[in-house]
Design a protein around this ligand. Structure first.
Ligand SMILES: Cc1cc2nc3c(=O)[nH]c(=O)nc-3n(C[C@H](O)[C@H](O)[C@H](O)COP(=O)(O)OP(=O)(O)OC[C@H]3O[C@@H](n4cnc5c(N)ncnc54)[C@H](O)[C@@H]3O)c2cc1C
Length: 416
């Protein structure tokens, strides 16, 4: 399937490297790190050495400039072995996109080469205790003070927090403005007043830390204001999410494929009634549905990513949301069926399939819940419906006496 012409040689090579690292450094130890809730530094170093952090960084700044499709393929391979490690990788792209998409030349030169080399890890701080889906309702402030901004407040659920060196932090810089209220600033680890306060105890993706980040009068130079102009933060956040959602969707495809692969192996091995359970039609139906949905999700993700790489601007938000929503719902469904196929063993923490199930749930929640994705998709569809004016004649009109008047007035095909 990967031989299809839509993939560049470079993307295929990067995905192959990711697969190798996943099998060597990620899969064998993910149960241990899951239990301890620790970050897999060996795997992260291997990813850096293999140059995989270069995937999403443009060539001019030391990256491969391989694009969002390659980023999705690499993330998928890592997530297949451990969904938590998949996001531990992909969140670096999420945190870097504000700089890549909105940063000044100086900011790109300063931070992107270090990120590409895997010397510095990145995090994305948008969510707060009281501002999740409603990202416009942030309360962390950044107040101008001479050549600096002073940041105060708390961010919730920062993935990679503590591990990361560079944090893209979304703050209120103009509380009086509706459209230009928010700006994004880079905060580097070690800046006085910046700390990681609470490491969350999570249901899943326990191999990546998710933390509260606290800002107690953190002074950052104005040169850290992403894009150099205040008020661009909301735009940068939305542009970032469009590019990053295929990444989380790819994590979901990897998670689904990982669960399906385990279920297939087990279904062939497990015998009941003197036959492998894979010979029973109800199990076969589950396997077939799992495979179909995973494959459909994969191509929706690749399609959204390819459109971003092609520089399309129209419809990208909708496709990124569709990919995120469909792939993550799929991952949850596939993981649920995989546990079912494992029977009682699926419910035990002795085998990785239980972890696949726990890891899947968050996919439907972060980077915008799937309810929010559906809102985004529907809003875009409703806007696009203006282009369907030529179908007006085929739907009941307000002035019609009855539904069946339509064909006579419009020449549209008669209804039975
Ligand atoms: C493990 C984890 C890691 C995370 N990592 C990061 C990170 O790295 N950076 C970051 O910035 N954030 C991160 N988040 C935050 C995540 O993006 C938010 O949790 C998510 O956007 C939802 O916000 P919320 O939890 O406040 O839920 P709420 O917004 O309070 O939503 C609660 C429920 O209401 C529904 N809802 C809300 N508004 C609507 C609406 N208008 N219509 C219909 N339904 C609605 C939601 O879909 C949801 O079901 C992470 C969260 C978790 C749990």
């Amino acid at each position: 399937m990967r031989d299809n012409i839509v993939f560049s040689e470079q993307a295929k090579e990067l995905a192959a490297k990711a697969r190798e690292i996943a099998e060597k450094y990620v899969r064998p130890s993910c149960a241990k790190y899951d239990q301890l809730q620790e970050y897999n530094w060996d795997a992260a170093r291997a990813v850096a050495q293999a140059g995989l952090f270069k995937t999403f960084v443009p060539k001019e700044y030391g990256g491969h400039g391989a694009g969002v499709l390659a980023l999705a393929m690499v993330t998928e391979e890592l997530a297949k072995a451990d969904s938590g490690f998949g996001v531990a990788f992909a969140v670096n792209a999420l945190g870097s996109f504000p700089i890549i998409l909105g940063g000044t030349e100086e900011q790109k030169q300063k931070w992107l080469p270090q990120i590409a080399r895997g010397e510095k890890f990145v995090a994305f701080c948008l969510s707060e205790k009281f501002a999740g889906s409603d990202a416009g309702g942030l309360s962390v402030t950044a107040v101008e003070d001479g050549d600096h901004y002073v940041i105060c407040g708390e961010k919730k659920w920062t993935t990679n927090g503590g591990v990361a060196d560079i944090y893209s932090v979304f703050c209120v810089t103009d509380p009086t403005s509706k459209s230009r209220r928010i700006s994004a600033l880079v905060v580097e680890k070690g800046t006085p007043g910046f700390s990681v306060k609470k490491i969350e105890n999570k249901m899943g993706i326990r191999t990546v830390p998710v933390v509260e980040t606290h800002f107690d009068h953190v002074r950052v130079p104005k040169s850290n204001l992403i894009g150099g102009r205040p008020g661009m933060g909301f735009k940068h956040a939305m542009m970032t999410l469009d590019c990053a959602r295929p990444g989380v969707a790819a994590q979901a495809v990897g998670a689904a494929q990982g669960a399906l692969d385990l279920a297939l192996v087990y279904a062939n091995r497990r015998r009941q009634f003197d036959a492998p359970i894979s010979s029973f039609q109800m199990v076969q139906k589950m396997l077939a549905d799992m495979a179909m949905k995973t494959e459909a999700a994969r191509w929706l993700v690749y399609s959204a990513a390819a459109q971003i790489d092609a520089g399309r601007t129209d419809g990208v938000t909708k496709y990124a949301a569709m990919a995120k929503c469909f792939a993550t719902d799929t991952a949850m469904e596939v993981a649920t069926d995989a546990v079912q196929i494992f029977g009682g063993y699926g419910f035990m923490e002795d085998y990785p399939i239980a972890k696949c199930f726990r890891d899947a749930k968050i996919l439907q929640i972060y980077e915008g819940t799937n309810q929010i994705q559906r809102l985004v998709i529907a809003r875009n569809l409703i806007k696009e419906a203006n282009e369907l004016a030529h179908l007006e004649a085929y739907v009941p009109q307000e002035s019609q006496q009855s539904y069946s008047d339509a064909p006579a007035k419009t020449g549209a095909p008669a209804r039975a």
